[in-house]
Every structure is written in structure tokens, then in C-alpha cells.
Design a protein. Structure first.
Length: 325
């Protein structure tokens, strides 16, 4: 019926109904797709009426939440619709496109087919727009950057420049999304020098201290680990990374996933002679582990978890120091 409607107000209302049902239970999403709505929805994305464009975009986004719909959306030409939305300049359509790409990019084997270079440029430009679009664009780029080929393409769109100030964004969700994107991009060897030369290391050491955003801490530490290659270890060490990381390890509020990443960075940095000297100066921190253990007991946390965290922290530092000696 949707494909045969000719009255714009009726189409708008029909799309509103579809979007509502597609945003409800999964059984409605499955029924909508089974009844053949994807083709007309993708076609209506190009309608001259902006209300219809928004209606189709909202419905497509809601339907993209189910993994099994991914291939069907691609067959129906959703990539062309998403590209049209991204370059449209309409913030509502751009949001629908970025959010849909975020969903589809974790479901397809090759995310590079979802968006062309012009679409990527549009996503990068959204990093200087409203907070709602910034966050959704960051998530889309992060998911796309899980593949090495996309890491190259996204970096070529000069994403590092607008990404830099987002590491200090006041919204912790945007800050964490920015850090997760940087983490994925830092996996690419060609990006190591670019990230360091743009001054990201001081920003990362600042974030890794912030126990209030543990997911951001974890991504910051993981990025430092990716950057700690033989060519760049000395840069990290002279930036005071060793002292900051030891402080994170001995902080009673540091969570296990963060400890895992931080201790991994320390293990890599300990190969450097200057890092070894700085670690030796941190020996008093190791002796403070018993105090840390007592603090956790007093806080009435699960003792097994407390003991594991204490052992992980202390053994890591002791092992690093032992290998140095």
C-alpha cells in the first residue's frame, strides 16, 4: 500500500505508523520487512517532500536494529539512501544515516560497502556540528574503523583534527566515543606518528587519570599501548606516561578492565631504559598495595574481586620491576 500511495499527507502518516511499529517489539520489525516495506522505504528516501524523507529515514533506522535485516537492506539499495541523507545537509536525515550506519557496520563483513568517500567526509564534518550529531557520527566512524581498510580511509578524511578537542568534551558519552574512535584508528601503524605529532599523548595521559569515566580510561590506555612502539616509546616516557600509569594502578577507584590495559602499557614501556629508571622510583607505590587492600575491605566490596584487583596491581608492578633488574 505504501508504494501505491500518491497523497503526500497520507504517505507521511503511513510512514509515522510504520516508524512507530518498527520502533516497538521485534515481531513488528520482522512483519514489516516480511511484508515488503524495505524497497518503498528506500525509494521514498529520495522523495522531494522532506517530511517523507524523514519518515523513511526513521523507519529504516528502526528496522536496522535487527541483524537479519542487514542483508535485505543492502539488497534494497539502502546505501544510496544513506548517502543521500549524509550529503543532504539536513541534520535529521544526517542523524538517521549515521545511526543506521552504526547499526549496519557491526553486522556486515565488509563495512566499506556502506559508505563512499564523500559520505565519510560528511560524517567527519558532523564532528563540528550539534552534540547529538557529533555523538552519532563518532559511533558510526568508530564502528567503521574496526576494519583496517576503513582506518586508512577515515584517516585520509583528516578526522584527527576535529577529533582532538572532543577528548575534552564536557559530555562523557561524546568524550568516550571520541576515545574509542581514536583507539581504533591507533591500531593502524601509519597513524602512530600522526597521533603523536598532533599532541594526543598529553591528552591521553590526562584522560587515563579520570576514574569517573572508566570506559574512557580504558580506551585511552589501549591507545597508549598501540602508540608504545620502539620508535615512539621514548616520547611517551618523556611525557610522564609512566608516573601517570603507576598512579592509576595504585588508585583504589580504578576498575579491572582499566587495570588490564594500564598494566599492559607498563609492560611494554618497561623495555625502555628511561622507563625502567622511572619505574624504580615508583617502588614506594608497590609497598602501598597493602593499604589499598585494606581500603577495599573496609568498603565492603566482594572480597574475591578485591583480592584479584590487589594481586593484579601489585604483581604487575613487581613483575615489571623484576624483569628490569
Amino acid at each position: 500500500v505504501l508504494a501505491r500511495l500518491s497523497s503526500n499527507p497520507v504517505v507521511v502518516n503511513a510512514l509515522a505508523i510504520l516508524t512507530t511499529y518498527a520502533g516497538a517489539a521485534d515481531k513488528y520489525k520482522i512483519s514489516i520487512v516480511r511484508d515488503g516495506a524495505l524497497n518503498p522505504l528506500c525509494e521514498l528516501a529520495f522523495n522531494e517532500d522532506n517530511r517523507i524523507q524523514k519518515g523513511s529515514g526513521g523507519a529504516i533506522l528502526n528496522l536496522s536494529h535487527i541483524d537479519t535485516h542487514c542483508e535485505q537492506l543492502l539488497i534494497c539499495g539502502v546505501c544510496a539512501s544513506l548517502h543521500y541523507f549524509l550529503v543532504s545537509g539536513d541534520p535529521h536525515l544526517q542523524f538517521y544515516a549515521a545511526a543506521t550506519i552504526s547499526n549496519l557496520s557491526v553486522q556486515v563483513e565488509d563495512p566499506s560497502e556502506l559508505v563512499d568517500d564523500e559520505g565519510l567526509q560528511s560524517l567527519v564534518k558532523l564532528l563540528k556540528s550539534s552534540e547529538r550529531l557529533i555523538q552519532q557520527s563518532l559511533i558510526a566512524l568508530r564502528n567503521l574503523a574496526s576494519q583496517s581498510a576503513m582506518q586508512h580511509r577515515i584517516t585520509d578524511c583528516e578526522v584527527l583534527e576535529p577529533l582532538y578537542p572532543l577528548l575534552r568534551h564536557h559530555d562523557p558519552n561524546i568524550q568516550t566515543a571520541a576515545l574509542s574512535l581514536l583507539h581504533n584508528l591507533s591500531i593502524l601503524e601509519d597513524n602512530e606518528a600522526k597521533v603523536i605529532n598532533m599532541g594526543y599523548v598529553p591528552e591521553l595521559t590526562l584522560v587515563v587519570r579520570q576514574w569517573q569515566i572508566p570506559e574512557g580510561q580504558r580506551h585511552a590506555a589501549a591507545t597508549l599501548r598501540n602508540l608504545a612502539t620502539p620508535e615512539h616509546i621514548s616520547t611517551l616516557v618523556t611525557s610522564g606516561v609512566v608516573e601517570v600509569l603507576v598512579g592509576v594502578v595504585t588508585n583504589a577507584k580504578t576498575l579491572l578492565p582499566v587495570l588490564h590495559e594500564v598494566t599492559a602499557v607498563l609492560a611494554v614501556l618497561s623495555r625502555d631504559s628511561e622507563a625502567q629508571s622511572r619505574l624504580l622510583l615508583q617502588l614506594p607505590a608497590v609497598s602501598n598495595m597493602m593499604t589499598l587492600f585494606a581500603h577495599f575491605i573496609r568498603s565492603r566490596q566482594d572480597l574475591k574481586l578485591v583480592f584479584y584487583r590487589w594481586v593484579l596491581s601489585g604483581v604487575c608492578l613487581l613483575t615489571v620491576l623484576y624483569e628490569m633488574l
